[in-house]
Design a protein around this ligand. Structure first.
Ligand SMILES: Nc1ncnc2c1ncn2[C@@H]1O[C@H](COP(=O)(O)OP(=O)(O)OP(=O)(O)O)[C@@H](O)[C@H]1O
Ligand SMILES: [Mg+2]
Length: 461
């Protein structure tokens, strides 16, 4: 929120100059604070809301460079304009390198002061707005977890976010891959720049190249207008390549070239252009396996996965269930301006018993449904049991839910192996032979698909 008048702190050891400056600035409808002593600057800034500082470079008590350094050390975003006298230009330039906004040469003209001041204030206003937006987004995309398993993920995010390195996020559907991609972006110095998503599975093969790289007008039948590709849209920001495992080999080659050279050539363009994008990719597919079976390029795999983040499924971190459920309750009730509902102990128990094949997304949807359909302020175990049962039945009916073909395939395979194992009392030999696969293969698939022997779900079948 802006106050009526912005406050400018003027610092110069010469009283006369200070009075002159103050008159100019005040006349222009700014509030003014003054001091002749560099030592006073920090205390004044701590006690008054200062929007900009005009600071003399050479002062007897404490010189301007030291004062500037102290302001910067405070991590303050208040812009500082240096005043430089005779023969101190080189010092003024050094000050700008340190982080001063600009410098003004003495004797100062009122016009010049006011323009510089307005520019400085405009820049800091924009920065403030930007940081508010980022703060807002960080809250909206907050990641909740108390589990040990996710601690590792959080540490990786902290380290990877500011690094500008490419990150490959893997995990089952609904584990929070997109959320993590956003977290990485928002915690990097690209935060105020665009975050552009490409869902590689949702775009038809014939359109994806133009979607990624763009096209010139008339470059192919139907190209009525020039289109800026996602790579270019993400310039200075982050490009999120979601479901990268679904990308065809032909497009993989194009993406590889774009990554290697930092250049893209849109369809029909004569020249290529440089783009500065950070790439974050996500997959719910086993990409190493895809590399082995030659449907994913090994060179691209290594270039995307400079840093690898694997998100464990919710069933392997059940301690997150309650905190996530409460988080979604608060979020939903706040959004809809409802009194928060409560989970009964029975409801919590039901949530614990479930295996969450759809992970956090399934939990989130279930909570929303429970709130919308709730008859009282407390959600009972019976209600939760009913919704879980419904989820299970609809998953069975559609022969396993999923967004992409590979997801459906994986989920179906997981379901078949799991139910056969259960039916055979977890006898691997027998199950493998019934499914007509080798013992080695069943162990491999159990590991890859994250099939776990779960005492709770056993009882439900
Ligand atoms: N740790 C978490 N804290 C809060 N919300 C979460 C967390 N993990 C996931 N979510 C929420 O769960 C939902 C699913 O997450 P997201 O879309 O990021 O999953 P995904 O891994 O990209 O899934 P898919 O593979 O299906 O695209 C989102 O609404 C997200 O906000
Ligand atoms: Mg996703």
């Amino acid at each position: 929120m802006r106050r009526n008048k912005e406050t400018i702190l003027l610092v110069d050891d010469e009283e006369k100059l200070l009075a002159k400056l103050a008159a100019i600035v005040e006349n222009h409808d700014y509030a003014v604070l003054t001091t002749t002593d560099g030592n006073e600057v920090i205390p004044m800034m701590e006690n008054f809301p200062v929007d900009a500082v005009i600071l003399d470079l050479v002062m007897p008590s404490l010189d301007g460079m030291t004062v500037l350094q102290r302001i910067l050390d405070k991590n303050s975003s208040v812009p500082v304009i240096m005043l430089s006298g005779h023969g101190t230009i080189s010092k003024a330039i050094k000050a700008i390198r340190l982080g001063a906004f600009d410098f003004l040469e003495k004797p100062v003209e009122s016009e010049r002061i006011l323009i510089t001041l307005e520019n400085a204030l405009k820049k800091s206003r924009l920065e403030r707005e930007r940081s508010l937006l980022i703060q807002d987004a960080l809250e909206r995309y907050q990641m909740i977890s108390i589990s040990e398993a996710m601690k590792k993920v959080f540490t990786l995010i902290e380290k990877a976010a500011p690094s500008n390195s490419r990150v490959l996020i893997s995990g089952e559907s609904g584990t929070g891959k997109e959320l993590i991609a956003k977290a990485l972006h928002l915690r990097s110095d690209r935060a105020g720049e665009p975050f552009v998503t490409v869902n590689c599975a949702a775009i038809p093969e014939e359109l994806i190249e133009s979607d990624l790289l763009g096209h010139e007008k008339g470059s192919f039948t139907g190209a009525y207008r020039k289109q800026i590709g996602k790579f270019e849209q993400a310039s200075r920001g982050t490009l999120f390549l979601d479901e990268i495992g679904e990308m065809s080999l032909r497009i993989q080659a194009k993406v590889l070239r774009a990554i290697e050279n930092g250049e893209i050539q849109s369809i029909g363009a004569k020249d290529s252009i440089c783009v500065d994008v950070r790439i974050i990719a996500a997959t719910n597919r086993d990409l190493k396996e895809a590399v082995r079976s030659k449907v994913f390029r090994q060179d691209l795999y290594y270039r995307l996965g400079v840093i690898n983040i694997y998100i464990p499924p919710l069933r392997e971190r059940k301690e997150d269930i309650t905190i996530l459920a409460n988080h979604f309750i608060n979020q939903y009730c706040e959004e809809r301006k409802r009194d928060p509902v409560e989970l009964s102990p029975g409801a919590v128990e039901m949530l614990f018993r479930h295996n969450w094949p759809g992970n956090v997304r399934e939990l989130r949807n279930l909570i929303e449904k429970a709130i919308v359909l709730a008859n009282s302020q407390t959600i009972s175990g019976e209600e939760v049991r009913g919704y879980i049962e419904q989820n299970r039945m609809s998953a069975d009916k559609s022969n396993i839910a999923g967004n992409t073909l590979s997801e459906v395939r994986m989920n179906a395979e997981r379901e078949v192996i799991r139910s056969k194992l259960m039916a055979n009392g977890w006898n691997y030999e027998k199950t493998a032979s019934e499914l007509d696969i080798s013992r080695a293969t069943i162990f491999k698939r159990i590991k890859e698909l994250g099939i776990k022997r779960d005492s709770h779900s056993d009882g439900n079948h």
